[in-house]
Design a protein around this ligand. Sequence first.
Ligand code: SF4
Length: 341
Amino acid sequence: MTKDIRDLDLTELSEELKTLGQPSFRAKQIWQWLWQKGARSFDEMTNLSKDLRSVLADNFTFHKTEIITSQYSNDGTIKVVFELHDGNKIEGVLIPSMSRTTACVSSQVGCSLDCKFCATGYLKRSRNLTAAEIFDQVWQINELAEKHHGKRLDNIVYMGMGEPLLNYANVLRSVNIITSAEGLGMSPTRLTLSTAGIAKMIVKLADDGVRTNLALSLHSANNAKRSAIMPINDSNNLEMLAESLAYWYDKTGNRPTLEYTVIAGVNDGVEEEKELATFARKFPSKINLIEYNPITLADYQPTSRLDAFADSLIAKKLIVNVRRSRGKDIDAACGQLALKS
Ligand code: SF4
């Protein structure tokens, strides 16, 4: 089986081209087509001769990611289903707002972590995405942003399907391609990796010098309650997460964000406000309170205490943002990605 050309790094690509008798500058030329011009086939590489394009087609595969469905919310959010070369499907979302234009991208097909409030958690994880498949989501969601909103993406969140830190190498490679001068050249501060909480991988991110933003899907600051909605907490409890996030802050100087979806009767009481405040003070952090979006697979409801919950944390001098849902009418909001369309 031939290799997918986009699985190669620049050195490997140069080596492969050398064995095909090509001069070294060709690797850079092809690299630009792959990662700066978003080519989806060898035929698009018009500054290469037809002969070279056919040599490439004979020696490499070029796996494509195609949009097969798009849904448009009345708030401007667009959710798309991508079909991968092997027939697997994933979802990505464009979320335009006054202040920024965000792509929410997936990192795995399905998810193995079974968070009870999340529709993706009810899909079996079938495989990790490659860096190219993550890049393709960014590229095509940017095209949608330009076409429908006249703006380029300026924010990318790895908050779609899957746990990014369980697909560490490919996620990091995609971050490098998106942020490097030889790729899309975006600032790493425009990217956010969101994790359900894999403590040792948070430490690894800090040690590897990754300078994106980091968000922890917290949703409860009490071990027993968190384990009940996020089974990953059994092996990565709050103490381990606090330690790893403190380490992240020490290494990067960047406050992690604590994502907290407020669910009626689950984590929205006065007791939970106190638990969250205590946890958030263990290291410099900021809190995003997220309105819950019901899914048919689980019997949870949004709270009526969202504002009260926020006010109490603000009164405790914590940094708090309230995130109202976007794209709810098309099941594109946080926790709703389930390949239903
Ligand atoms: S919230 Fe994230 S980690 Fe949890 S099941 Fe959903 S996609 Fe997986």
